[in-house]
Design a protein around this ligand. Structure first.
Ligand code: BTN
Length: 328
């Protein structure tokens, strides 16, 4: 009911009378008043004037379905958003829901994760109301071997969304997003599949939107940051989530159409922070120094090792060397 009231108020710049709302929703005026009170308690700023009715002045900074939907132009992705005030991990919840048949394109959003997951078994700091912790449920009918490319589709969507908000984001292959040489976003793709058939893919995106210095563990401060810390201003999380979903839909459709994800790969190449840089490649417990030459059309990172050998990396970890050692 509350969602419906917000919807009515959102669509009307001027006042809407309590009577009109009660007629549209088929409830009493007293019930409308009660819901308005609850909305105000949630942080909605609603002006109420006798004989005129109600007018929405400002919405709270929440990533609820109603708030994010205002920014959506997509037709499948994010048409269903499942919002959680707090949860362990949006990826874990997305997996549980996907196991129960939740449909393709559903997005799980949490305001806070108590057990946010990073890659390689690491944890992901996810304080309340400060970041964007979201996961897409996807059911692509493709060869499971191609799944690594979905991570690059996600990375390209984040970069494009950032661009639309004047954020100059870069991609650190395969799944980090960088602002001012600091990691501000990570992507974790997980999959359930048979040998040649995917049951579902969970694409989890974590963005340090409005985190403050004290939110980071000491050892992370050198390499990680938030958009707010880098720009000195708060970023509109709802708008950013909306733009990520819109861009993700376009790039995902293009990936399904060409089976290669060329549009996304070309964005990741254009915005690569690695091409031309000296790096350390960490693979299977071994570490090699190399220079990054390119990101090829197959989404592989092409590196030239110290011994002159050129290698194409399909997956792995890469550290970037700066003036003072490895900086990313
Ligand atoms: C990494 O860089 O190690 C990947 C981090 C991925 C974090 C996001 S936050 C939303 C989703 N849910 C999780 O538990 N993890 C991903």
């Amino acid at each position: 009911m509350k969602e419906k009231i917000i919807h009515i108020l959102n669509n009307e710049k001027d006042f809407v009378s309590g009577e009109e709302i009660s007629k549209i929703l088929g409830v009493s005026r007293a019930a409308v008043w009660k819901h308005m009170k609850a909305l105000k308690e949630e942080g909605y700023e609603i002006e109420s004037v006798t004989r005129k009715g109600y007018r929405l002045v400002a919405s709270p900074d929440l990533l609820t379905e109603e708030e994010v939907k205002k920014h959506l132009t997509s037709s499948v992705m994010g048409r269903k958003i499942m919002y959680f005030d707090s949860l362990e991990s949006t990826n874990t919840t997305a997996k549980d829901l996907a196991d129960k048949g939740q449909e393709h394109g559903t997005v799980i959003v949490g305001e806070e994760q108590s057990a946010g997951k990073g890659r390689l078994g690491r944890s992901w700091v996810s304080p309340k109301y400060k970041g964007i912790w979201m996961s897409f449920i996807l059911r692509p009918e493709i060869n499971p071997m191609l799944i690594a490319k979905i991570t690059q589709v996600g990375a390209a969507a984040v970069v494009k969304a950032g661009e639309e908000m004047n954020l100059d984001l870069k991609v650190k292959w395969p799944n980090d997003i960088i602002l001012n040489d600091k990691k501000i976003c990570g992507i974790l793709t997980e999959m359930s599949s048979e040998l040649n058939q995917i049951n579902y893919v969970i694409l989890g995106i974590g963005i340090n939107a409005n985190l403050d210095l004290e939110d980071f563990e000491e050892e992370l401060v050198l390499k990680a940051s938030s958009i707010k810390m880098e720009l000195g201003e708060v970023v509109d999380r709802k708008e950013l989530v909306g733009k990520i979903i819109n861009n993700f839909e376009k790039l995902y459709d293009s990936f399904m159409a060409d089976g290669r994800g060329l549009d996304s790969i070309s964005i990741c190449r254009e915005k690569s922070i690695l091409i031309g840089r000296e790096v350390r490649v960490i693979k299977g417990g071994e570490s090699t120094e190399a220079k990054v030459l390119d990101l090829n059309d197959d989404g592989e990172l092409v590196v030239k090792k110290k011994n002159g050998e050129v290698e194409k990396l399909f997956s792995g970890e890469v550290s970037v060397r700066g003036k003072n050692g490895y900086v990313l």
